[in-house]
Design a protein around this ligand. Structure first.
Ligand code: FE2
Length: 365
């Protein structure tokens, strides 16, 4: 399978990975033949692209860290909970119970997954950004905890805190949350209240939640250098849960399309996290996180430093810019015209003839 960005989708392509809509409903099944109406719907919903199956990408597979069903169920659970909090507190409590079970299941999946690395599957539905974001932050935080071999109970608390980290946004004016342009100082000040409001709400509404869980919600925007909020705490004053959530929250936000900017590529987001390590982010946690993130997922079309074009087949975790690549063209400008080219595979890490070649970027066409 390979990833085709939404603007490049064509009639007749075969969908390789299920696409879900706003409410977790199935929009496109795998094996579905893509038609004009689907393409329009995909673009309307702001879905960045579709994984397709074709001869060029035959045999290229990858597994998400949690299953598609688990991801869509989690998004639905978080959405139901957030929506209920605003209108019906007892019903919300029942949803929180469901969320606890969902996190339990994700912890189990991650512990059982031997391959604790992230293959980004960026098929987020724009309207439901908040809920997808919460689930991604939960999964990424748990990945770090699994790498650190945390006990199950601690992982569960961290997972709950990560899924609920932005619950306070329910109390922020929706106009500010969805504003397409940059925020005024007053609007930003209002936005910044979300961590404390979420913390206060859960502290009183959910007294059974562990102190560490609640504290992480309050501190997820604190930064090592004291430039965060709400209290401008510094390194040792910030809890370990919050220091984990801070990194994965920023990483997922940067790699998502937002009303005011397009998504950054994972490789650019990795560079951002590196640049902010020691200033904003904990160096030990950042190092563990970055060792799990590969800048290019299998199925991504990339250009190489010698001008060749290929599809990522498999990552080499020892060297993230030296994956196995299926070369599909020798020149970027001949994407459509060179029909006789026979694709072949190279391993940029193991093949001695390829040691001077690296991946230099994505190709969005
Ligand atoms: Fe936040």
């Amino acid at each position: 399978m390979r990833f085709v960005p939404a603007p490049c989708l064509k009639n007749g392509m075969i969908c390789a990975k299920k696409i879900y809509g706003k409410n977790g409903e199935l929009l496109l099944n795998n094996d579905a033949v893509i038609q004009e109406t689907y393409i329009n719907r995909i673009r309307e919903l702001g879905i960045s692209g579709v994984y397709i199956e074709d001869a060029l990408s035959e045999g290229i597979e990858f597994v998400d860290i949690i299953s598609e069903t688990q991801r869509s169920t989690s998004v639905r659970t978080v959405k139901n909970l957030f929506e209920q909090i605003a209108v019906d507190a007892p019903a919300a409590r029942a949803r929180a119970q469901q969320l606890s079970q969902t996190v339990e299941d994700i912890v189990d999946s991650i512990i059982q997954n031997k391959d604790l690395n992230i293959n980004l599957v960026d098929l987020k539905v724009f309207d439901d950004y908040t809920y997808y974001h919460c689930v991604n932050v939960g999964v990424l935080a748990l990945l770090i905890a699994a790498r650190m071999k945390w006990p199950h109970k601690k992982m569960h608390e961290l997972g709950m805190a990560a899924m609920l980290h932005d619950v306070g946004k329910i109390f922020v004016d929706k106009k500010i949350l969805i504003k397409p342009g940059s925020l005024t100082k007053e609007e930003f000040d209002e936005m910044k209240t979300h961590s404390e409001r979420g913390f206060e709400y859960l502290r009183f509404g959910y007294p059974s939640f562990a102190q560490d869980l609640l504290r992480a919600i309050n501190e997820h925007h604190e930064r090592l250098d004291g430039k965060g909020y709400p209290q401008g705490k510094r390194s040792g004053q910030i809890s370990e849960y919050a220091r984990i959530i801070a990194i994965v929250d920023v990483f997922d936000a940067l790699t998502s399309d937002r009303p005011y900017r397009a998504a950054m590529t994972p490789s650019d987001a990795i560079e951002y996290i590196m640049a902010e390590t020691n200033k904003a982010f904990d160096p030990v946690i950042a190092k563990i996180f970055l060792s799990c993130v590969m800048p290019y997922s299998p199925g991504t079309t990339v250009k190489l430093s010698n001008g060749w074009v290929g599809i990522i087949v498999k990552n080499n975790f020892e060297a993230s810019l030296r994956p196995c690549v299926r070369i599909i063209r020798h020149q970027l400008d001949e994407l459509e015209s060179d029909k006789d080219f026979k694709p072949y595979q190279i391993d940029l890490f193991r093949d001695p003839k390829c040691l001077d070649i690296t991946v230099t970027g994505n190709i969005d066409r």
